[in-house]
Design a protein around this ligand. Structure first.
Ligand code: DON
Length: 312
């Protein structure tokens, strides 16, 4: 631990500077187009929000604009599933980095349908199965959960993205049916996929995301409401998984350069948890070859470096 983060004189102007710098940078990749509805997003959007544990909010750029949270939804799904299930969960999904692309299928057959971690697609589909089995209306439960955490009652799924994911979700369907063949999916595959695609298509802004995940920076207690979202051990475990697997097969590099638990999504978002300080959320749609948002990652990297936020 490096101790208490350095407080810049004006955090807001640091964020403005980072957004301005990012605007000058090359996009660093392409907007995700394997889900056609996502390809329509303006690649020039740039936003960042930092929400501290005392509720202080710093923003710059398009921090208020909702975007598709995609794989960031896997963090919320996991937190809900860990609340509903004991350690038996870890017999169905492991806690190791995969070293493979987020939608890879190869490892899954060798490893008997048990995904390496909850943040690759196969793992998130197992978690979706847990939610479908534990709730009569898992999609409603998911949306209510993020609305409550963020304090924003207007959060909703984008139905065009949801439909588009379903139409183009053959790879995810293959992962789900393979796991079903190994007995690692309990509910019917179409219902599980429907939930998974739904949660990916939920839209939140950088501010919503940074507010929602405060409990991970605060040992499971949501700052502001003081509600216990999970116990300290679960918060520790989620952060550990984010550190080792949240940025897919770029997680090692992210730990090496930034040193914060983090999760990205193909909608261009990234959230990074700073224990005992707060949460950073950034958004820029173009993705690098790992599926991580290049300019958003850069803004988080610079912010963490300038404030000395690494947990290592
Ligand atoms: O499963 C998919 O393909 C998407 N709905 C979510 C993937 C994702 O965001 C991966 N992130 N980098």
């Amino acid at each position: 631990m490096e101790g208490t983060p350095k407080q810049p004189k004006n955090c807001g102007s640091l964020l403005e500077e980072l957004v301005e710098k990012a605007r000058q940078q090359a996009p660093g990749g392409q907007v995700a187009d394997y889900i056609p509805a996502l390809a329509e997003v303006d690649p020039e959007h740039l936003g960042i929000a930092v929400v501290e544990l005392d509720g202080t909010v710093h923003i710059a750029g398009d921090a208020h604009t909702p975007f598709s949270i995609q794989s960031i939804s896997k963090v919320f799904g996991l937190a809900i599933a860990m609340q509903r299930m004991d350690d038996v969960l870890w017999e169905r999904v492991r806690m190791e980095p995969s070293g493979q692309a987020f939608n890879s299928i190869v490892q899954l057959e060798w490893e008997h349908g048990i995904p390496r971690n909850p943040f690759i697609n196969a793992g998130a589909i197992v978690i979706a199965d847990v939610l479908v089995s534990h709730y009569s209306a898992s999609k409603t439960a998911f949306v209510q959960y993020v609305r409550q955490l963020s304090g924003n009652p207007n959060i909703h799924a984008n139905h065009r993205v949801w439909e588009s994911e379903k139409e183009h979700g053959n790879r995810n369907a293959a992962l789900a049916y393979l796991m079903k063949s190994f007995g690692n999916i309990e509910s019917e595959v179409p219902e599980v996929l429907d939930h998974y695609f739904f949660q990916c298509s939920v839209e939140m802004s950088c501010i919503d995301l940074a507010k929602s995940l405060g409990f991970l920076a605060n040992r499971g207690v949501q700052p502001g409401t003081e509600q216990v979202i999970c116990d300290a051990r679960s918060a520790h475990r989620i952060n550990a998984l984010l550190s080792t697997s949240g940025m897919y097969d770029q997680s090692g590099e992210f730990a090496f350069t930034v040193g914060l638990p983090a999760k990205s999504g193909v909608g261009g978002g990234i959230v990074a948890v700073v224990p005992d300080y707060g949460v950073i959320a950034a958004w820029s749609p173009p993705l690098n070859r790992f599926g991580n948002p290049t300019r958003a990652v850069e803004m988080v990297t610079q912010f963490a470096e300038r404030l000395g936020l690494s947990v290592y």
